[in-house]
Design a protein around this ligand. Structure first.
Ligand SMILES: [Zn+2]
Length: 432
C-alpha cells in the first residue's frame, strides 16, 4: 500500500511551481515557450518522467510526456503561452507570481498555467503513488494557443500527428463557478464542444476621386451599406442539445431560466453571454479605408469575426450572408475557417466527472457547457478524438472576469480543489 496523498503538501508544491511558472513570461507574441518547456521538463526529469520536445521555430517549443503503458491514452492538454498584459492596469506585477490574500496572482494564473500545473501534478502524483495504469496518461504542453496554434497544436497536427494520438483529451474550455447567477450552488462545468470561428474579410473597390465631386461609386459608402445590412441581419437563436442539457442541469439546481425552450430563448435576449451560446454571431472587428479627408478612396475593407454553432453549416451561412449583402461588388474572402465537431455529452469521462464532483463538493452540480471561444480541442474533435473542456475549480464570477484581463488570479483553495478533482478523475479512468 502506498501512503495516502498529503493534499496540503501537494497543494503547496503546486503553488510553488505555479509561482515560478508565472514568472516565466510567455506573452504571445512572441511566446518564448521554450522557456516554459525547459521549466516543465526540469520538473518531469526530477521525477524520473521522460519527456520529448519539438521546436517548430526558434524560441517556440512543445513538450510531451507519458506515464503508464504505451502512449496516447488520456491526454492532459495545456498551452504554455499567455496573452500580453497592459501593465499599467494591474495592481500587482503580472509576472511576479506573488501570493497575497490566499491567491496566486499573475498572467496565466487562470488561462491556463494553473490548469497546466494541476495536470502536471496529477501525472507526478500518479507516478509517485505507483498507481497501476491500464492506459497511458499523457501530459502535453503546447505553444501558441493564444495566437492560433501555428507553432503549437496545429503544427503538431501537420508535423507530429503521433503526438495527438489519444483516447480522450482534457483541456481548458469550461470552468466551474462558485456563485453562478448570484447563488451559492457550486456548479462544475465540462465542455464537449465550442463555437466554430469563421473569419471573413469584405472588400470592395470603386472609382477614386476628389471629395468635392461625389460620383456615386464610392467604395467606402458601398461598404457601409453592406455592413449595415449585415448588422440588421437577425441570427436566430436555437437550443442545441448541449445547451439544453446545460439549462436542464441548472434548472435542477434552481438556477437559470428553467429547461423550457421558450424560457431559454427568452433569457438570451439582452444577455450577450447566453446569446453567444445559442446563436451564430457576427462581430464587425475592423474597418479600413481612405487616405485623406478630401479623397474618395479606391478600396474599402472590413473584417467580420463570425462564430457558428458547432452543428451549423458554414456554406449555408456564407450563402445567406451573400444574399444579405446583396451586392456583387462586395467580395467576401475567407480568412480562417474551421470545421465544427463535438464530443459526446454522455461518456465514461462525463460520468466519472459527475461522480467525482458530487463526492468532492457537497451539493455540487455538473453542467455541460458550450465554449464560446475556441481552444486546441477543436483539432482533436475533428480527428474524432473526444476532447472536453474541464477546469475542475470553482471560481467566483469576479475571478473569472480576470481571464485575458487585469489582476488575473487563482485562489490557493482552487488549486487544491482542482488538483484533487483532476487526480481522482484521471485515477478512476486509468487505474488498472
Ligand atoms: Zn487558454
Amino acid at each position: 500500500m502506498t501512503k495516502p496523498i498529503d493534499w496540503d503538501a501537494a497543494t503547496n508544491e503546486a503553488v510553488g511551481i505555479l509561482r515560478e511558472y508565472i514568472r516565466i513570461d510567455t506573452s504571445n507574441p512572441p511566446g518564448n515557450e521554450e522557456r516554459a518547456v525547459a521549466f516543465l521538463g526540469g520538473i518531469l526529469a526530477s521525477e524520473g518522467i521522460r519527456y520529448e520536445t519539438a521546436a517548430p521555430a526558434p524560441g517556440r517549443s512543445n513538450l510531451i510526456a507519458h506515464i503508464g503503458p504505451g502512449t496516447g491514452g488520456i491526454c492532459l492538454l495545456n498551452h504554455t503561452d499567455v496573452v500580453p498584459v497592459e501593465r499599467q492596469f494591474w495592481g500587482i506585477d503580472p509576472f511576479g507570481g506573488d501570493v497575497r490574500d490566499g491567491y496566486i496572482w499573475g498572467r496565466g494564473a487562470l488561462d491556463m498555467k494553473a490548469m497546466g500545473v494541476i495536470e502536471l501534478m496529477t501525472v507526478i502524483l500518479l507516478k509517485r503513488q505507483e498507481v497501476r495504469l491500464k492506459r497511458a496518461v499523457t501530459f502535453l504542453a503546447v505553444a501558441d494557443e493564444e495566437a492560433g496554434s501555428e507553432f503549437g497544436a496545429a503544427w503538431l497536427e501537420r508535423n507530429r500527428p503521433d503526438w495527438l494520438d489519444a483516447e480522450l483529451v482534457i483541456n481548458e474550455g469550461a470552468y466551474g463557478v462558485a456563485d453562478l447567477a448570484g447563488g451559492t450552488t457550486p456548479v462544475f462545468s465540462f465542455a464537449p464542444g465550442e463555437k466554430v470561428p469563421l473569419w471573413l474579410r469584405l472588400v470592395t473597390r470603386g472609382r477614386p476621386g476628389h471629395g468635392s465631386v461625389p460620383h456615386g461609386d464610392n467604395c467606402a459608402e458601398r461598404l457601409v451599406k453592406a455592413l449595415d445590412r449585415i448588422r440588421n441581419w437577425q441570427q436566430e437563436a436555437r437550443v442545441t442539445p448541449v445547451m439544453r442539457a446545460h439549462f436542464e442541469a441548472l434548472a435542477a439546481a434552481g438556477l437559470g431560466p428553467g429547461g423550457s425552450e421558450a424560457a431559454i430563448l427568452a433569457s438570451a435576449a439582452g444577455n450577450p453571454a447566453a446569446r453567444a451560446r445559442l446563436a451564430n454571431t457576427i462581430s464587425l472587428t475592423t474597418i479600413s479605408t481612405g487616405v485623406k479627408v478630401n479623397v474618395i478612396p479606391a478600396e474599402a475593407s472590413a473584417t467580420l469575426d463570425c462564430r457558428l454553432l458547432p452543428d451549423a453549416d458554414a456554406d449555408e451561412f456564407m450563402a445567406a450572408l451573400g444574399a444579405v449583402i446583396d451586392d456583387e461588388r462586395v467580395e467576401v474572402e475567407v480568412l480562417n475557417r474551421y470545421q465544427g465537431a463535438s464530443s459526446p455529452l454522455d461518456s465514461e469521462f462525463t460520468r466519472t466527472v459527475a461522480e467525482v464532483c458530487a463526492e468532492m463538493v457537497e451539493g455540487a452540480r455538473l453542467a455541460p457547457e458550450l465554449t464560446p471561444g475556441f481552444t486546441d480541442s477543436r483539432i482533436y474533435r475533428v480527428r474524432g478524438t473526444p476532447a472536453y473542456g474541464f477546469v475542475p475549480c470553482l471560481l467566483p464570477m469576479e475571478d473569472l472576469a480576470t481571464i485575458h484581463g487585469h489582476n488575473e488570479r487563482i485562489s490557493i483553495e482552487n488549486i487544491r480543489l482542482g488538483l484533487q478533482v483532476m487526480y481522482e478523475v484521471v485515477r478512476r479512468l486509468c487505474s488498472a
